[in-house]
Design a protein around this ligand. Sequence first.
Ligand code: LMR
Length: 325
Amino acid sequence: MCLVSVTGLLNAQAQTPIVIKFSHVVAADTPKGKAALRFKELAEKASNGRVRIDIYPDSQLYKDKEELEALQLGAVQMLAPSVAKFGAFGIREFDVFELPYIFPSRDVLNKVTQGPIGRDLLKKLEPKGITGLAFWDNGFKIMSANKPLHHPADFKGLKMRIQASRVLDAQMRALGAIPQALPFSEVYQALKSGFVDGTENPASNFKTQNMDEVQSDLTVSNHGYLGYAVIVNKKFWDGLPNDIRTELEAAVRDATTYANEIAQRENERDLADIRKRGKTTIYQLSAQEQLEWRRAMLPVQQQMASSIGKELIEEINKQASQAAE
Ligand code: LMR
């Protein structure tokens, strides 16, 4: 081979970017979708074209459970599954996020996800061949159905879609409902066909999946939380050139700040948009009703304590009471 073509080959190799496939299940116009795009922008800029981030939103590549398997196999390099998805994946401590009423506020939540408890939780992913990079916020959940949901008794006999989580299963049973685990991409159709009667999610997911077309009533209950762990295939991540990994870590940090800044605002805006669209009646619980909901669901904390880890729950409760002082 002549010298010119060898140089050409080397140049071509130098220009071939490292491609990171980032798959997720929600719409691009959600807190997670926007944070993923921000990460792409920051990472590609910082690496000066040496890294390309290809984002696949809306379950285009994989549904919930499949995406975790794909990450382990290296078919994709990056995901941000909701924290609810890790319990069934064998990391029981993550179930703590699903406990009803465990986080009294976003402040307490942020102390947990952005502090030592969060770091320890992310470390637990390593034996699965996964490196945990960050937690991204979404928000507190609303409940919906095709009837008003004012009291726990209103849930009796309703088939409620949940993410595949033992805690969410217990939560729905505590309300007298029948839980049905389904991938996120199937929820709209399941509601439309009547396969399930209702569901729970933050307003951003409810709106972007047009669930208001197929649910007549929603209750702003804030009974539980939904957020994300940003994760990568460990082997891929460890094999990156050091300078690139450092740039990507910085991009994740900045995208995390952005994600956690916009999440609450976006969910408030999306709830207001649902109200404006006028298809679903939005109900705010009275103080007395909030108490009834808490009483019905709080026993789930006790019920799940031994499998999640009593110390972890106590640690979070401690953060909550410190914040209340
Ligand atoms: C769900 O399945 O309801 C959510 O986890 C979807 C998501 O990623 O926000």
